[in-house]
Design a protein around this ligand. Structure first.
Ligand code: SAM
Length: 281
């Protein structure tokens, strides 16, 4: 889909773009091909696309997918997509907020791939939602804000390292990325973009029921970045149990969360899963 085709479809449909829905459409054929190549599509693939927009990516995905589920929040775009792809048997088009859909339709996504140019304002929340599922997609190839991609790729001690990094990397391993310049979108976004590939870990680092504890530790640990992590965690756990846990994990009592790697957060979770939290839990 070329830029002029895109403009034509929008004008013919009388659609004015909504900034709040992050409607920046990707028209650069080369970048679209790179995204599809990163997803390594095979004929039997089941694909989830969030925010198909005018369908430039949808069109390419349909060529190889066994099944494509596309969730779009904007009714006007859903109507345009229905007109354009209405006859495609392999496409299920859903008019809904994707976050609501994921929460309201518990699904085994484990054999699915997410391939999407995500709405930037909800990209992180969507990824966390999928990553925390028992059966999340086996692969996620997503285009999002460059700053968010940096956080997904970050390592301990890096300035982008934080809650998002850890919640995603617990279940997914980043496996490459590339930048997409603003000029490839219409209208051009004010921020830089990147496409990033995330592969689900074959062996989960923690059993699912400990994921909640991991998330609690991570969020509390980063709640005040400059403070010592142990002090922060003592708000939720018994002080002595916390000191023992840090000793067992060979962590300094003075360390800040930003210097604690994923492996150590996992180890702390395993230890604290056996300890009694303060308060009602
Ligand atoms: N995939 C298209 C492309 O590459 O040109 C469009 C991508 S655009 C960045 C994001 C799309 O997500 C828009 O079509 C927007 O209407 C849709 N959208 C925004 N918020 C959404 C949500 N919460 N659930 C589903 N779709 C959403």
């Amino acid at each position: 889909m070329t830029l002029s085709e895109m403009k034509q479809i929008l004008a013919a449909g009388g659609v004015r773009l909504a900034k709040s829905l992050g409607q920046n459409f990707l028209h650069d054929a080369n970048q679209l091909r790179r995204i599809v190549a990163a997803a390594g599509l095979r004929e039997g693939d089941r694909i989830l696309e969030i925010g198909p927009g005018l369908g430039p990516l949808t069109e390419l995905l349909l060529a190889s997918a066994r099944e494509l589920l596309a969730i779009e929040k904007d009714r006007r775009l859903v109507e345009l997509l229905q007109r354009r792809f209405g006859t495609a048997q392999t496409l299920s088009l859903v008019h809904k907020d994707a976050l609501d859909y994921l929460r309201q339709h518990p699904t085994d996504w484990s054999e699915w791939k997410l391939v999407a140019n995500l709405p930037y304002s909800v990209a992180s929340r969507l990824l966390v939602e999928l990553a925390q599922m028992e059966r999340g997609p086996r692969l996620m190839v997503v285009t999002l804000q460059w700053e968010v991609a940096q956080r997904l790729l970050a390592q301990a001690r890096g300035e982008d390292y934080g809650v998002l990094t850890l919640l995603i990397q617990l279940r997914y391993q980043p496996d490459g990325w590339f930048k997409i310049p603003p000029s490839c979108f219409f209208p051009e976004p004010e921020v830089e973009s990147a496409c990033i590939k995330l592969i689900r870990r074959e062996e989960p680092l923690l059993p699912l029921d400990q994921g909640r504890i991991f998330s609690k530790i991570v969020k509390r640990g980063f709640s005040q970045r400059r403070k010592m992590m142990m002090k922060l965690l003592k708000q939720d756990w018994d002080a002595k149990a916390m000191e023992d846990a840090f000793d067992r994990a060979s962590l300094s009592h003075q360390i800040r969360a930003e210097a604690v790697g994923l492996d150590k957060f996992v180890e702390l979770t395993e230890i604290l899963a056996q300890a009694k939290p303060n308060g009602d839990e």
